[in-house]
Design a binder for this molecule. Structure first.
Ligand code: SF4
Length: 234
């Protein structure tokens, strides 16, 4: 079986797995090309910088110090069964397993259900604007299939919306929130877009980026529809 490819590692974080001290492994490769990608060095498949077995040995040394390991990317599920097997081994060490995903691989997510304890799923834009943002015309439907699976399975998850004002308006945000409400989603994180690098597009202003967070009427409408809303504005 081929190995997973790890291109980055955060050894300690309190914000990437709800309520738990975690490490984050960033896996190489992603099928999308989001305009605002903060990890462009990870999206093209290439040999990982970190030997998975050395990372596994390091995780063993973290038993009792960390509570969870989060698999992020890139898109971790791109690694298929190699990822599922690695997650299973890490979980057997006693860690909770988290996954950050763009939802492009609903069938792999389904197969991985028994080794994942919590999922953060990106819902990046309205259906109408998904392709424009991610550069892939089947990404919305695949993400939607992953979301349906998460709701049906009863897995612990949050849906994450990054509010890049170039790709989401307040009205778009309400369209997404209404869809999530109709599907019965319980937890949504609304995340501020933070510019990470020159992406060659129109720059955003602080006021553009803050507009989703300082509009009390919008916030009230959202909190009436979703039981648990996390506002990540920094
Ligand atoms: S899904 Fe994530 S890693 Fe992939 S291109 Fe988009 S932002 Fe980058």
């Amino acid at each position: 079986m081929r190995e997973i490819q790890i291109g980055g590692l955060v050894s300690f974080t309190t914000i990437d797995y709800p309520g738990k001290l975690a490490a984050v492994l960033f896996l190489v490769g992603c099928p999308l090309r989001c305009a605002y990608c903060s990890n462009p060095h990870l999206i093209t498949p290439a040999p990982g910088e970190y030997d998975p077995e050395l990372v596994f040995d390091w995780l063993k040394s973290r038993i009792g110090r960390l509570e969870a390991v989060v698999f992020s990317g890139g898109e971790a599920l791109m690694h298929g069964d190699a990822l599922i097997e690695y997650m299973r081994r890490v979980r057997e060490l006693g860690f909770n397993i988290g996954l950050h995903t763009n939802g492009f691989y609903p069938n792999v997510l389904r197969r991985a259900e028994s080794v994942i304890d919590w999922v953060g799923l990106d819902y990046k834009a309205t259906r109408a604007r998904y392709h424009e943002l991610v550069g892939n015309d089947v990404a919305y439907d695949l993400m939607s299939g992953s979301l349906d699976f998460l709701v049906e399975s009863g897995m612990d998850f949050e849906v994450r919306i990054t509010c890049d004002p170039r790709y989401i308006t307040k009205s778009d945000l309400m369209e997404i929130i209404t869809d999530l409400h109709n599907r019965g989603v319980k937890t949504v994180a609304i995340q501020k877009y933070i510019p990470h690098h020159e992406d060659g597009q129109t720059p955003t202003t602080a006021a553009d980026r803050d507009q989703f967070f300082n509009d009390d009427e919008l916030r009230n409408k959202i909190t009436r529809l979703i039981p648990s809303v996390i506002w990540r504005n920094s």
